[in-house]
Design a protein around this ligand. Sequence first.
Ligand code: GLU
Length: 418
Amino acid sequence: MPRKHNPFDNYKAVLDKAAELLGLTQNDYIILKYPERSLRVSLPIRMDNGEVRVFEGFRVQHSSSRGPCKGGIRYHQDVDEDEVKALAAWMTMKCAVVNIPYGGAKGGIQVDPRTLSKGELERLTRRFVAMIMPIIGPERDIPAPDVNTTPEIMGWIMDTYSMQKGYAVPGVVTGKPIEVGGSLGRSEATGRGVMLCARMLMEKLGRSLRGVTVAVQGMGNVGSVAAYLLHREGAKVVAISDISGGIYNENGLPMEELRPHFAARRTLAELPDGDFERIDNDGLLACGAEILVPAALENAISRSNAGNVSAKFIIEGANGPITPAADEILEANGVTVVPDILANAGGVVVSYFEWVQNLQSFRWEEDYVNDMLERTMRHAFDEVWALAEEKRASLRMGAYMSALKRVVGAKKLRGIFP
Ligand code: GLU
């Protein structure tokens, strides 16, 4: 069934708008409307009950103009090729905004991993790696975690690839457990980047995070870390939600107490009643918090609910959480949006640091990783802010213009082969 909001169409619409602002011609950037390579694989798995089931998986490489392709792998029942294509293209833009030497890629398997046993999940992962083996590698395409994929799964990817090669190749995947070449700071990096963007936005407006009210949608790796770090910076996290629902307290939620709950991957429905009100997703969007962090899936804010958003500032923790139609409504309502390709780039920035450490067989200290992340984010944020001001455009346009300049510039210098 075709999607209601095709995320790859959304990507192309935004790309066209930014290209127009920059005065680019179709010749300059038409190539970015197509992924370089797309591999669709069938994955037969022997289930624990003896039955054989076949899952569908994808690896899409959108661009390698600025370096090896880079991007996560997601396990979700709604994964399809258009979604993976969009996610791959966003990775190209994201790596360009933060100026790390990568192109973009993404992978996905259409599966609800909660329905699999651990053994089934491991067999599915290893079979997927075997099937995409010809197109991945530390100098070719480097996977990482995304929705529902963990450091443990990255460890299986590293092992499967290494077993085929006959020697350990830690640089083939990032987001690994520390023991097999993961980087300190990587698991919190995306949430940390979200917090940094919120802080930098407040600074640009002559304010700080102290006392600012925040609502966070999604309590996965991005949302839960962002909420906790925002709280640590003095912001007041008043509402959070996950797939099971949300909770609200106008005086702030007890983030220190909630942290272990999310670390154990438990849902809010499993949380005993406490000093908070139960709310639903619409309640979270309209809860009155100044900053909203959508950190769930694509298209969470669409034409139908954008008008209910009460926040003045949105930091996009997820990829593509706002549809283009919703973006227009928010802009008309005076909401400032820090776009995904900047706001959630902290993860891939520290993935880059992990890969560099792997290639050099060297290990950085956590403070150094966090410091380099902050510098990288600050540089990108300032550039995006300046471009948006110069063109009197949104921060999303600023980010896309900044990315487009780099990707189109690299393409021009390399030329079209042959
Ligand atoms: N999946 C994350 C993202 O969407 C991280 C990608 C990576 O580290 O390569 O940015």
